[in-house]
Design a protein around this ligand. Structure first.
Ligand SMILES: [Zn+2]
Length: 320
């Protein structure tokens, strides 16, 4: 297949994916943004904000090191199942959140801000300050929300991607964010959302997927390690998750995975990486794909990814 044929196929697949993810909220295109509080945490400034589209509210934290000079490259941080914006920022409010940071390395919005980026941590719908209307005992709330949304043809993953794109909209209004230098990273469920967001929104110039890349046929259908937040109805007959990840090419993609991950197997991660690497090689942009396997289980490891994001997005700490 020629490069042109491959690009046409990728474009058609992206359109198909958008359709499979279902309708998105019908809200005013005008965003409202409010700052709730600004504080100092260590050497970081932390802004607590809400961004609104009609009744849709995304609560978020913006973190940056004042030692750096604006405009900065920006990284949107997407949490995994049971996370929230405070855990991402390293500001645990409960002992459970403290445990999440210790066990899963969850405070990556803080880690990347300390590395020189402006970072955003926001609550995914269903977590933090955005609980679902239905939360019956014995069910994963994402599963119930997925079923509820299916009645109107929508998907929970489609709404997660919509939220991510609205956070990009917000960042584009900030004068302290370098134009064209926005990326996103996610761990576990957050990694899945980062993959889809990166595949469908070309404003994301770099994507980081941490402990999340497997085939659905393996981790979901085979092992049952999934929930309603990750399901795209009708995807599998034509594609799997590495095909979604491949849509990010030629933009930058970092894939990090633990060799003892008990949720997403490392063997399937390596098979998935090879498929994605083929897509990058086909476009002649092998240097835009970074991969690393660390020694450990299902957790976030920053590793060499900060250096990679600095290379592809631009240095995040000028003048310091
Ligand atoms: Zn869930």
């Amino acid at each position: 297949m020629s490069l042109e044929q491959w690009e046409n196929k990728a474009r058609a697949f992206a359109q198909r994916l958008t359709a499979l993810l279902g309708p998105v909220p019908d809200v005013p295109s005008v965003m409202r943004d409010e700052c709730i509080n600004v504080s100092r945490v260590g050497r970081l400034t932390v802004e607590e904000r809400n961004v609104w589209w009609g009744q849709e509210r995304i609560p978020l934290l913006v973190l940056y090191d004042d030692a750096g000079r604006a405009p900065r490259s920006a990284v949107i941080c997407i949490h995994g199942h049971h996370g929230n914006r405070y855990v991402l920022a390293g500001l645990a409010n409960t002992t459970e959140d403290e445990e999440r940071i210790r066990r899963f390395g969850y405070d990556y919005a803080r880690q990347l801000a300390e590395a020189g980026f402006l970072t955003v941590a926001y609550d995914l719908r269903g977590f933090g300050e955005r609980p679902f209307a239905l939360n019956p005992k014995g069910h994963d709330p994402c599963d119930m929300e997925f079923l509820r949304l299916m009645l109107t043809g929508r998907t929970l993953l489609g709404l997660h991607v919509w939220d991510l794109r609205r956070v990009i909209d917000y960042l584009e209004t900030r004068p302290d964010v370098r134009p064209g230098a926005i990326g996103c990273v996610g761990f576990s469920l957050g990694g899945t959302i980062a993959l889809y967001g990166g595949a469908l929104d070309r404003r994301l110039k770099a994507v980081g997927v941490f402990s999340a890349l497997n085939h659905y046929t393996h981790y979901a259908i085979g092992a049952g390690h999934f929930c309603g937040a990750q399901v795209v109805p009708g995807l599998l007959p034509e594609a799997d998750l590495p095909d979604v990840a491949s849509l990010i090419a030629p933009r930058a993609l970092w894939i990090e995975h633990g060799d003892a991950d008990e949720t997403f197997s490392v063997n399937d991660a390596l098979l998935s990486i090879e498929e994605v690497a083929q897509a990058y090689r086909r476009q002649g942009v092998g240097d835009q794909l970074g991969t690393h396997v660390f020694h450990g289980g299902h957790r976030f490891e920053l590793g060499e990814s900060a250096a990679f994001f600095k290379r592809v997005l631009g240095e995040g700490r000028e003048g310091s």
